[in-house]
Design a protein around this ligand. Structure first.
Ligand code: AMP
Ligand code: MN
Ligand code: MN
Ligand code: MN
Length: 324
């Protein structure tokens, strides 16, 4: 693993193109941990409301130095995201967020630094996406049973990618219909376990998701662990099995983590020897708790952690070749 000084020398050797950042690092104004990395975000290719190009522009405007697009079970936004990042001289890694069922619960596994052309990954997530349409129809049926008509059609209309209809699109439809005031309320009343629009669904297996990510040369990361309602035993099993399958990272800082979660997953990352990641999980300016790259100061990764980006060389992060 590349340590802090190793990364710095990598950057130097590869002439990291972001001159300002490099000068700041060289002058020890920022450390590797201070990098404004936002490695979790969604575009219109899944359940975000901004295009990949608009996200890149927003990331740049918000001071992001290293960005990853991580659409749910979907890679189609990545070429446009990479091109826009290159144009903006924004560091970029290709990403994905894979839906997994573990111990009867939906768990999300982010893959970072993946190759989007990898056959195993492409085929794997195509299988995961395939169940979404029937699930969406059943969600619509469930909502119709409590008197909410047209939810399936409404959600489809709000989903720019017809292969990727998600609960978020249903949520937006239900809010627009005046059935609930905001996303928090709509999920609580209609879209979570036991509620009329919830449909039990089997996603990928944990080992499959990790295997596809690794096959594509990426780092598998447990997304927002503080959101799962596991018992301590189940959570320990998730971390252990994830690692046994070859999973290497955990999101310590994310939009849904409070200070207590950050402290807890800092310790878990250290206990399991996992790399630490950081990302807003940005979907939409009005809905998301954190804007792209605007993770407050106290949400830096602890210097005790090894950031996931310490794995990549400057050449891998470089947006475009240096002109000179
Ligand atoms: P799906 O993949 O169709 O099950 O949709 C999952 C998506 O719903 C997540 O990625 C979030 O964007 C969104 N989501 C899940 N739970 C909530 C919640 N409690 N409040 C707002 N959005 C949520
Ligand atoms: Mn989402
Ligand atoms: Mn997620
Ligand atoms: Mn996400």
């Amino acid at each position: 693993m590349v340590g802090q000084s190793g990364l710095a020398s990598n950057w130097q050797a590869n002439r990291f193109p972001f001159a300002q950042l490099w000068k700041a690092v060289a002058a020890k104004i920022v450390t590797v941990h201070d990098l404004n990395a936002d490695l979790h975000s969604h575009s219109t290719a899944s359940d975000g409301t901004l295009s990949a190009a608009a996200l890149a522009a927003r990331a740049k405007a918000n001071g992001v130095q290293l960005w990853a697009l991580t659409d749910h079970d979907e890679l189609s936004g990545l070429p446009a995201a990479r091109a826009a990042a290159q144009a903006a001289e924004l560091g970029f890694v290709d990403g994905i967020e894979i839906s997994v069922t573990f111990a009867g619960t939906t768990v999300h596994i982010v893959g970072l630094g993946i190759s989007p052309a990898n056959d195993e990954l492409v085929a794997g997530i195509a299988g995961v996406r395939a169940g979404r349409e029937l699930r969406a129809k059943q969600m619509g049926d469930g909502l119709a049973r409590v008197g909410i008509r047209g939810a399936y059609e409404g959600a489809i209309k709000l989903a720019p990618n017809p292969d990727l209809v998600s609960r978020t699109h249903f949520g937006r439809f239900l809010i627009a219909s005046g059935v609930a005031p905001d996303m928090h309320a709509v999920f609580r009343r209609y879209l979570t376990e036991g509620k009329p629009g919830y449909v039990e669904h089997r996603w990928a297996k944990l080992g499959e998701a990790v295997r596809w990510i690794r096959a594509a040369g990426g780092i598998a990361v447990i997304a927002h662990p503080g959101r799962y309602k596991f018992t301590p035993t189940e959570e320990y099993a998730l971390f252990s099995e994830f690692q046994a399958h070859g999973g290497e990272g955990v999101e310590v800082v994310t939009g849904s983590h409070h200070a207590g979660d950050i402290a807890k997953y800092t310790e878990m990352a250290l206990e399991f020897g996992l790399l630490a990641s950081r990302g807003s999980d940005f979907h939409d300016p009005g809905e998301s708790r954190l804007d792209l790259g605007l993770l407050p100061g106290q949400l830096q990764l602890s210097p005790r952690l090894t950031p996931v980006w310490s794995r990549w060389t400057a050449a891998e992060l470089r947006a475009e070749p240096l002109a000179s």
